[in-house]
Design a protein around this ligand. Sequence first.
Ligand code: A3P
Length: 320
Amino acid sequence: AGDVDAAPLEQYDAVVSAMPARVSHGTKMRQNQGYWVLDAFARGAVAMQRGGFAPRAGDVLIASLPKSGTTWLRALAFATMARRASPPASPDHPLRRLNPHDCVPYLDMLFAVGRGAVVDALPSPRLMGTHMALSLLPPTVVDGTSGCKIIYICRDQKDVLVSMWHFLKRNGRQDLSLQEVYDSFCEGTCFQGPVWDHILEYWKASNEDPARVLFLRYEQVLQDPAGTVRELARFVGQPFTGAEEDAGAVADIVELCSLESLRSQRANREGAQGVFAKFSHESYFRKGVAGDWMSHMSPEMGERLDGILRERLDGSGLVL
Ligand code: A3P
């Protein structure tokens, strides 16, 4: 990203300052078309949506709410799509040298720092990541005409909010209470919230065109990582051949991307952090289980959030 001159973002100042603002978990947020985004990302979000990002046929976007399994899915998709150039068992595989977020360009961050143009230079098929809501992406991604595919991952929101709480505490917000994070999820004011709208938009798009949007659940991936890898490969048009299956390529990818394997890489251990996002790399890897919320929240708190989500998702066919 250092090779590309930063694009000026001042032209979006007026549109950003017209967005409602609030402070959440000590951070200034803006409400962009109904979604709460970081104020520091808001100009980039507008730039990306209004022509800064040129989607292409063959692009694959990993979309998610933070703490839904983004790191894992980025690693799995990267290892799957790059497997011919970088066999998963190879000792110098990029995922053994780099944090998964350094293998898959994160559009929101690149545009926030004016360096979205780096993705223009990437060869197709490009694999990129975003936390943006579907409706905040460029119109040709929203309507599907760009031919860009999307893999979305969602997770039990109770585990997501507990994961978010731990993550923020490990990245400088030691004083943050779980209650504060919980309230922001229930109110729909958390980062990229309301979470129900974020999830519903991708869910509906996946139902309308499953060949365009693959909707995954973190809990499903935990249950059957190999099945997920095969599904991912088919979805991006690179199914595993019989020879690859016989050689154990799927198992190699699952192993390479397992929590234990990623956590043990030097790039993901204490001390390392992102270039633009100053989050410690090790903080992306914690427990990696389903149901950890029960160690931190009362059943009543869980039931209240579930009730809000049931109401918001009513009629969609989606149960979280
Ligand atoms: P927990 O905090 O519940 O353990 P994201 O990648 O979207 O930021 O989400 C982080 C969550 O995914 C964390 O959940 C983290 O432990 C879990 N995670 C990260 N890498 C994983 C992997 N390889 N396998 C399973 N879970 C993983």
